[in-house]
Design a protein. Structure first.
Ligand code: F3S
Ligand code: F3S
Length: 108
């Protein structure tokens, strides 16, 4: 089990979550951030600070965003567990589910 960043992060990328993570396991893609499930220690510090409530404990993920658990896992299939996001440049490709989401427009 791990924490998951779901659809509301897309095109928002507030990054408050990064500052809270004690193990630096939140990685940046072009449109969304991703939690490395093998590096996350389930501390939960990232969940309350997200202004758009994009972070969920896996079991609490709303069913309409259920695919985001596999989105996070699949995203790291190639890069594995780099051991810290700070030393990693932002990744240049999003997971296809994220890449195909319509552009988010700010609330007016
Ligand atoms: Fe995204 Fe929220 Fe973090 S918008 S970058 S999950 S603080
Ligand atoms: Fe970091 Fe959030 Fe996991 S703060 S350790 S990604 S629960």
């Amino acid at each position: 089990m791990t924490y998951v960043i779901a659809q509301p992060c897309i095109d928002v990328k507030d990054k408050a979550c990064i500052d809270e993570c004690p193990v630096d396991c939140i990685y940046e893609g072009p449109r969304k951030l991703y939690i490395q499930p093998d590096e996350c220690v389930d501390c939960g510090a990232c969940e309350p600070v997200c202004p758009v409530e994009a972070v969920f404990y896996q079991d609490d993920l709303p069913s309409h965003w259920g695919e985001y658990t596999s989105v996070e896992c699949d995203f790291f299939a190639d890069i594995g567990a780099p051991g810290g996001a700070a030393a990693q440049p932002p990744l240049d490709t999003d997971h296809p589910v994220v890449a195909h989401e319509p552009q988010q427009t700010p609330a007016s």
